[in-house]
Design a binder for this molecule. Structure first.
Ligand SMILES: [Mn+2]
Length: 344
């Protein structure tokens, strides 16, 4: 039966019910069910499957982005080995996180977690690098934010000077949070210090951070770093909220955000950057953040700008742990994912 984009999805296993294969798709979604260092709510390792399961209810025609599905979207098979690494790492990390960090005697457990996390980032790097090699665009579905490091590395090698647009409540600039080098709260710190080739990190929605992270971002302001170094531009949510309450236009703010982006961009959406009503079960929800319409306009304006989106990640989506509970986190996640495909 030929594929009909106007009909209900008939293949419940395919992302968005689409008929594409790796060969016919231009966007390759890479599921990474790994969640080893979440400090509060856990379960983002269940997100790739949960998103796939509800994605059939997304209508394929999008008024803002058109017939996104015509680009061809394929999701790689669920990597059972990554989920197993997540379980193993969690067994070691959970008691350490419960105590707020490692104590004497925890060295072996911490190093086992770091080893598994670094195995995951290598896995993601190889999947993304292969995807680039085939002339296709990778989209990583986490899992915790740390897994996207492999994407940033692959993108930075292909597109030196690439920017990361990080929509997030957190700066993720902590060194080895709670003892773990590859912590979800450290991913941009690792980009700054371990990765060459990222031109700039532009952070939007930031509203929960420590003083040291803010100082680090300031030290890496564009006018304070040398050529070839990674700079940081942070749009704090407090400033955006105040401007909006004073009558400021979101469209003008979006223009300002886009101006700071290099020509080639990886869009990273940590779902906790959005208002928590859109992601109630995410690991570290924080009040405030972008609403749906603000995210939509920002993505649309990026698409219409001369910036080129060369990859994306969607991380920290966390389905409710209660069986039979509302699937709202995955439902919103699947719609964010579809629009991310639309910006590529
Ligand atoms: Mn994050």
């Amino acid at each position: 039966m030929p594929f009909d984009p106007n009909a209900a999805a008939t293949d419940p296993d395919a992302i968005f019910g689409l008929p594409h294969t790796r060969e016919t798709a231009s966007i390759i979604l890479i599921p990474v069910p790994y969640d080893a260092t979440s400090s509060f709510g856990v379960g983002s390792s269940r997100a790739p499957e949960a998103i796939r399961c509800v994605s059939g209810q997304v209508d394929l025609f999008d008024r803002r982005f058109g017939a996104i599905h015509e680009k061809g979207i394929y999701m790689e098979p669920h990597p059972a080995e990554v989920l197993e690494w997540s379980r193993q790492a969690r067994a070691d990390s959970a008691p350490i996180i419960a105590r707020g960090g490692p104590r004497a005697g925890d060295e072996d457990a911490v190093s086992r977690v770091d080893q598994l996390s670094s195995r995951v980032t290598s896995h993601v790097y190889m999947r993304c690098d292969e995807t680039y090699g085939q002339g296709k665009t990778p989209g990583v579905i986490g899992g915790e934010h740390g897994v996207a490091y492999g994407l940033y590395k692959a993108a930075a090698e292909r597109y030196p000077g690439v920017g990361i647009l990080q929509i997030d409540a957190h700066m993720d600039l902590r060194p080895a949070y709670e003892g773990f080098v590859w912590s979800h709260a450290s991913v941009m710190h690792n980009v700054l210090y371990d990765l060459d080739g990222v031109g700039r990190i532009v952070q939007v929605g930031i509203r929960d951070y420590c003083e040291r992270e803010a100082a680090l971002a300031e030290e890496h302001a564009a006018d304070r770093v040398g050529p070839g170094q990674t700079s940081i531009a942070t749009f704090f949510w407090d400033d955006i909220a105040d401007e909006r309450i004073g009558g400021g236009s979101w469209g003008v703010i979006c223009e300002r955000i886009i101006t700071r982006l290099p020509e080639q961009v990886v869009v990273s959406i940590d779902i906790d950057g959005l208002d928590p009503s859109l992601c109630p079960h995410t690991g570290t929800p924080v009040p405030g953040g972008l609403n749906w319409d603000q995210l939509s306009l920002l993505l649309k304006m990026i698409k219409e700008s001369d910036r080129v989106v060369v990859g994306f990640d969607l991380v920290e989506v966390c389905p409710s742990p209660i069986e039979g509970d509302s699937p709202i986190d995955a439902v919103i996640g699947s719609r964010v994912l579809y629009r991310l495909c639309g910006v590529v």
